[in-house]
Design a protein around this ligand. Structure first.
Ligand code: OXD
Ligand code: MN
Length: 589
């Protein structure tokens, strides 16, 4: 057989995968438009995808997953390192030998009658020293087409590898999407990922969560950099200054919206501008200038559709207008376009819901699945930063953490220094969302929004953050935000979306020491007068109420954090236990 690569390890990996899964045919993906077009055609012929209205949505397609396969499966996601201790208390662990054996037994012969596609891809610009190469084998055209949007796919990746270069191996077999045999397995010590019995993006687009977060966080720890669940955005000030921010939020908590924010009118009139570098993942390194520099390793957006509309996120909506794959949204049969809750009000009279059933507004069920997605090419985004294509990435002025908290956590506060900032990230908690299976709205700890994505012991991960702080001479300032405070009736107390610019402005002014703040038990909180409310029908009293630091609540929070921290034992860095003691003492003052 003629191979498109001389890399012996790639050839061996593909041959071994084929020997196990027994596909009828192997297709080596070259990334060409011609090949992708043929795959789209084939997927439409078999019903795997539907072609949408090509006048209104050129190059756009539709896909439904199985009803039982609509989100990441955290309970079936494992870190398979040799020592259980190294996976830590926040990950599922399986012995690698056992895991390889189990996956082999599940995948054996599962590609009979099917085609195995070999996808060479780069996380980050092909050829950049910060990028890394992966090869995913899969029996799903949907995966190939999504990977071609979300990553840089092409034969040039093999050139990067040469004859002997290493890459991250990804094996995906859809099998029968049996939820009882669904496993998303990571072997960080072998740069290997195995995913079986799923076809949902977060479980099968192996470049994304599996590689760019779980495997990469482990690589970052060993190589001295960081892989984080963070958006990256740039703010241009009226005087031309540019600042960059990375922000970590749990899944489906508005990262894509913040990354593409459109500032309120008077900010635009003054000349403020937001640019998007990334909406989900940041790879962060120490630059020669002693600052932290961030790149977005992805090439597209795998965004949550419901709630996206021309008010909440016109940039994301614009990004979905061409070359996009929609998954589990509803179809509007009137013109063969797509719809999801929140897209338009009122909803169309008749739709076909994500399960393929006829739907009307009276149906009493959601037309689109709450975790329905768009996979859109980044180049479509009207506010995409030029820095998206820069090899070095962007220097970070601020890091922001944020969760979905109805109470306690104020709209924004600043940490006292780097170590305290790491503490602030480590105590993040947030209500669960539909991005993962299981109950939604349950408050859980999600340190740095990495609970589902950290590929090793979370205590060692905290220590790595502390170490990184020692390497940067000019570290970004660290903040926490909470857009989700609610009143007693469950109404949100902050408008969010574009108005988050008002908070962003305060954050960036703090980075320039251009605005004072009040020191509180938890860190620096704005004076209400320093948050610009121009053009907003919003009272200073409400603002004060969501900036208020309630010491009694925080004292209880500190006790709860103490319990949470216990699981990390002596891996918990002393810097963090010291910060916790200070928090408790501050609350008792
Ligand atoms: C995502 C997620 O898809 O976090 O980005 O689940
Ligand atoms: Mn995410």
């Amino acid at each position: 057989m003629a191979y498109p690569t001389k890399n012996k390890k790639v050839i061996a990996f593909v041959e071994e995968s084929a020997k196990l899964a027994c596909p009828d045919k192997i297709v080596w993906i070259d990334g060409s438009e011609e090949q992708l077009a043929a795959l789209r055609k084939e997927a439409c012929e078999t019903g795997e995808m539907l072609k949408l209205n090509q006048e209104k949505l050129p190059g756009c397609y539709y896909h439904r997953t199985a009803q039982n396969d609509v989100a990441r499966v955290e309970d079936r996601t494992f870190i398979c390192c040799r020592e259980k201790e190294n996976a830590g208390p926040t990950n599922n662990w399986m012995d690698p030998k056992e895991a390889y054996q189990m996956c082999a037994d599940i995948a054996r012969g599962q590609m009979k009658g099917r085609t195995m596609y070999v996808i060479p891809y780069s996380m980050g610009l092909i050829g950049s020293p910060f990028s890394k190469i992966g090869v995913e084998v899969t029996d799903s055209i949907y995966v190939v087409l999504n990977m071609a949007i979300m990553t840089r796919v092409g034969l040039a990746c093999y050139d990067q590898l040469g004859e002997d270069g290493d890459f991250v191996k990804g094996f995906h077999a859809k099998c029968s999407v049996d939820p009882e045999k669904r496993y998303i397995m990571h072997f960080p010590e072998d740069d290997t990922i195995i995913s079986v019995n799923s076809a949902y993006g977060g479980n099968v687009l192996l470049g994304k969560k599996c590689f760019a977060l779980r495997i990469a966080s482990y690589l970052g720890k060993t190589e001295g950099w960081m892989a984080e669940h963070m958006l990256i955005l740039g703010v241009t000030f009226p005087d031309g200054r540019k600042k960059y921010v990375a922000a970590a939020f749990p899944s489906a908590c508005g990262k894509t919206n913040l990354a593409m924010l459109i500032p309120p009118k008077h900010y635009l009139e003054k000349g403020y501008k937001i640019e998007t570098v990334g909406d989900d993942i940041a790879w962060i390194r120490v630059g020669e200038d002693g600052r932290l520099w961030a790149v977005n390793p992805e090439n597209g957006f795998f965004g949550v559709a419901p709630g996206t509309n021309d008010k909440s996120n016109p940039n994301a909506l614009a990004a979905t207008k061409k070359g996009t794959i929609f998954t589990n949204v509803a179809i509007d049969p009137a013109d063969n376009t797509v719809w999801w809750e929140g897209l338009t009000k009122p909803a169309p009279e008749k739709l076909i819901d994500w399960l393929g059933n006829d739907w009307t507004p009276e149906s009493g069920v959601k037309a689109a699945h709450p975790n329905s997605r768009f996979t859109a090419p980044a180049v479509n985004c009207p506010c995409l930063s030029e820095a998206f294509n820069s090899k070095e990435g962007v220097p970070l002025d601020a890091i922001i953490f944020g969760g979905r908290r109805a109470t306690t956590t104020p709209l924004v506060y600043q940490s006292r220094n780097w170590d305290h900032g790491v503490f602030v990230g480590s105590i993040m908690s947030s209500e669960t969302t539909a991005a993962a299976t299981g109950a939604t709205g349950v408050l859980r700890h999600d340190p740095m929004a990495m609970k589902p994505f950290c590929g090793y012991h979370m205590g060692d991960y905290f220590a790595h953050w502390i170490e990184m702080g020692k390497k940067v001479t000019n570290p970004p300032k660290i903040f926490n935000v909470n857009w989700f405070r609610q009143d007693a009736n469950g109404e949100f107390l902050w408008p969010g979306f574009g108005d988050n610019m008002r908070v962003l402005e305060w954050i960036l002014n703090r980075c320039d020491n251009a605005v004072d703040a009040q020191e509180t038990a938890i860190g620096y909180v704005p004076y209400a007068k320093d948050i610009d409310l121009e053009g907003l029908d919003y009272s200073r009293e409400t603002l004060e109420s969501i900036l208020y630091v309630d010491k009694a609540r925080w004292s209880a929070e500190a006790d709860e954090i103490k319990e949470f921290y216990k699981q990390f034992g002596d891996k918990l860095p002393k810097e963090l236990s010291d910060c916790l003691a200070t928090l408790k003492a501050n609350c008792e003052k």
